[in-house]
Design a protein. Structure first.
Length: 237
C-alpha cells in the first residue's frame, strides 16, 4: 500500500523553478522536490528508464506518494539536480544555448552540473549539446585561443580545474575541448596546479585528478602545440 505524504508533513521543500503542476513523478534531491515527467526521463535516459521500472523500496516497503505522484529520492545535490532537470526538460532550447563570453561562475557551475549528471544518467544528447555550447568559449585553434585568452584568463583556477576534470570523463563529446581547457589550466599558478584551490562561488576544494594534473605538469610547455588547430608557420623572410 502506498504511503501518501501531506503538504504539512513533507520532509522536503518544493522546487520553485522545476515544478510542473501536471508532472507525474517527483524526484527529491538534497531536500528539494522536483515535479517532472517520467516519460521524458525514460525517453532521454536508459538509466532512468530502468530505474523507474522498479518501485523504490521504503521503510514500510511501500511507495511514497504525493498528490498522486510517486516520490523517488536521489543521491545528487539539489542544485545540480535543478540544473540537470531544467536542461533535460528543455533540450530543444538548450541546443541554441549560447553561454556568455565572460563565462560567469554561475554559468560554469550549471554547465558542469549538466554534463556530469548527463554522463551519470547516460543522456548522451545533452552531453553533446553542452559541450557544443562550451566550444563557443574555447576556440578550436591556438591563434583563436590566444585572442580569447583575454577573457578566459578571468575564469578562476578552481572552475577551470573543475571543467578539465569533467571533460576528461565526458568521452568523445568533451575530448575536443580538452586542449584549450588544459591550456587554460596550465596558465594557473604552479602551487594551484599541485595542491588545488578553493572554489570562488561554491563551497569546496577544486583539484585536478591525478591523470590530468600529470598531463598539465609534464606538458606545460607543450600544451600550446596541443590546441585543436596548429598555428600557421611563420613565413620565412
Amino acid at each position: 500500500m502506498a504511503e501518501q505524504a501531506s503538504a504539512t508533513s513533507l520532509p522536503w521543500t518544493k522546487s520553485t523553478e522545476v515544478w510542473f503542476d501536471d508532472g507525474n513523478i517527483i524526484l527529491v534531491a538534497g531536500g528539494e522536490g522536483f515535479r517532472i515527467f517520467r516519460g521524458i526521463l525514460a525517453q532521454q535516459s536508459p538509466i532512468f528508464a530502468d530505474m523507474l521500472k522498479v518501485p523504490q523500496p521504503t521503510a514500510t516497503s511501500g511507495e511514497i506518494m504525493y498528490d498522486g505522484c510517486p516520490v523517488v529520492f536521489m543521491p545528487d545535490t539539489a542544485l545540480e539536480t535543478k540544473h540537470f532537470m531544467k536542461a533535460l526538460h528543455d533540450i530543444g532550447s538548450m541546443e541554441s544555448f549560447s553561454p556568455p563570453n565572460s563565462l560567469d561562475p554561475a554559468t560554469i557551475y550549471a554547465i558542469d552540473d549538466i554534463i556530469r549528471l548527463s554522463m551519470k544518467y547516460e543522456v548522451t544528447r545533452l552531453v553533446a549539446v553542452m559541450c557544443n555550447a562550451l566550444s563557443q568559449c574555447f576556440p578550436a585553434s591556438y591563434d583563436d585561443f590566444c585572442k580569447a585568452y583575454v577573457t578566459l584568463q578571468k575564469m578562476p583556477a578552481g572552475e577551470s580545474f573543475m571543467l578539465a576534470t569533467t571533460l576528461r570523463a565526458s568521452g568523445s563529446a568533451g575530448r575536443k575541448l580538452l586542449p584549450p581547457v588544459l591550456l587554460l589550466c596550465a596558465h594557473q599558478e604552479l602551487s594551484q596546479i599541485l595542491d588545488g584551490v578553493a572554489y570562488t562561488h561554491r563551497d569546496g576544494w577544486s583539484e585536478l585528478d591525478v591523470q590530468t594534473k600529470r598531463a598539465v605538469l609534464l606538458a606545460r610547455s607543450k600544451l600550446h602545440n596541443m590546441a585543436l588547430g596548429p598555428r600557421k608557420a611563420t613565413p620565412a623572410p
